[in-house]
Ligand binder design. Sequence first.
Ligand SMILES: [Zn+2]
Length: 291
Amino acid sequence: MHAAVAVIYRKLVRDRIPELIRRKGGEPQTRRLTDKEFAVALARKLVEEAYEFAATPTAEELADVLEVLHALAEAIGLSLEEVEAVRRSKAAERGAFDDRLLLESVSFQEGAGKAWSPRTWPADWEARRAGEGCPMCAEGPSEVNGLGDQRILASAACDAYLSRREIVPGYAVAVWRGRHVSELTELADAEAADFDRSVRAVARALERHYQPAKLNFLTLGNAVPHLHVHIVPRYVTDPDPSKPPRFMMIDPPPGEQPLIPEDVYLADVAALRKLVDDFQPTWAQDARTSG
Ligand SMILES: [Zn+2]
């Protein structure tokens, strides 16, 4: 007798997929999404199907996109005919794609072309990048971050938090502590080494606990320009093999995603803290308590 092994999907599937899984000898665990969850899941599904069509442009893949459009229209209380009417009026007003136009660039006289201002980043970006109103500096070293995530590592150089959102199991964020910096380039070599040691301690704990197929490290900071690293475990079952993690691009912000069940989350936090202690040299903890 073999022990049961569960592969985690957490994705929207067509109604008869559980039946197909059973026929192949699997035992699916499913639940019915709430209205809000369903709307989020459908929007994700639309992008998933669009990627699949881009990879394999067949009638079958296009039909998958159309199925999601049907469900999406219904979910927001519209018929596809009503959406089609809006499409026609937009096409009449702004044109369709008959001419296959690619917009290469737009030239304008400096100061004259307000409507074509090339700046797309916020007006206060430079100030925020320099630290003005920085939410991560304001928060400082804390047990729980602004999203309610629990800390799994605390060192002089870094606090790391495990996301309590159902995004990707083991998704964690390691925040640089110390003065405000927005880029790795602003750290002295010794500071970078300290930060890196902490990031690796977290990453090793995640590897041990979740056994992912790959770890992704993303230093982005395009929304909050304070140095932090997203550590994202990747699994052989995720929807985008060989691509960057999709949730950073297309999903709703983490604050709007459903929560991992509390008991599961707290058990993961406890296990990771213990593993981090094994991987993190004691000097890092000493530095925090003595500093
Ligand atoms: Zn900051």
